[in-house]
Design a protein around this ligand. Structure first.
Ligand code: GSH
Length: 211
């Protein structure tokens, strides 16, 4: 049994998606950002970073969305979310998971949380630098998909695509949303057609960027 501490539309959504894709039983616990619940003493005992997601697995809490995604993929190999160790696509899988988590993850975090860098709003040159970093990463992914799609691992759907989908959604109100790039638009549409996306929206009460 898993318990996912989540907030709608945030970094917890990729973990929620992985649980829906694998079909394993799980419980959801809302962390109410409106009440600053992520910084409550009880929650900080589960996740000392005061962030979502936290996934409790067999009574033990873990954090970091990409790690949780890989953990679920590894614990439920029958769902086919990850190429097995030693298989041809394993290197690509690891490469892209780390690419998204390591390049887009921190850049988005700084884009949405200027307070992480100690200010209420970034100076324009910092906003511009973050925008360039995010758009540069998406340009690279767009070129990769145009040459080697339709999924990040070619013909094979994987957990990488769930991570990419979450990050794609976060661009929706940014100066250049991913739907502006042709291959990314086709990829977003392909991924948004998955039944897990509809279930996620219904359960988390999301509406925008549905399809
Ligand atoms: N690297 C972390 C980032 C998690 C993160 O930044 N979560 C945000 C929501 S997207 C959060 O909890 N924000 C509340 C806060 O920082 O107070 C991950 O991928 O799990």
């Amino acid at each position: 049994m898993y318990t996912l501490y989540y907030s709608p539309g945030t970094a917890s959504m990729v973990v929620h998606l992985a649980l829906l894709e694998t079909g394993v039983p799980h419980r959801l616990e809302l962390v109410d950002f409106g009440k600053e619940a992520q910084h409550s003493p009880e929650y900080l005992r589960l996740n000392p970073r005061g962030q979502v997601p936290t996934l409790v697995v067999d009574g033990k809490p873990y954090f970091e969305s990409a790690a949780l995604l890989m953990l679920i993929a590894e614990r439920h190999p029958e769902a086919g979310l990850a190429p097995p160790p030693g298989s041809a696509l394993r290197g690509d899988y690891l490469q892209w998971i780390v690419f998204f988590a390591n390049s887009l993850g921190p850049a988005y975090r700084q884009w949405f949380y200027p307070s992480d860098l100690g200010s209420e709003e970034h100076p324009p040159f910092v906003r511009e630098a973050l925008r360039n970093r995010i758009e540069g990463a998406w340009s690279l992914v767009d070129a990769h998909l145009a040459a080697r799609g339709p999924y990040m691992l070619g013909e094979r759907f994987s957990a990488v695509d769930l991570l990419a989908l979450m990050y794609m959604r976060w661009s929706r109100n940014m100066p250049r949303p991913v739907t502006d790039w042709p291959a990314l638009k086709a990829y977003a549409d392909l991924m948004r057609a998955r039944p897990s996306w509809a279930r996620l929206y219904a359960t988390e009460g999301l509406t925008d960027w549905r399809a």
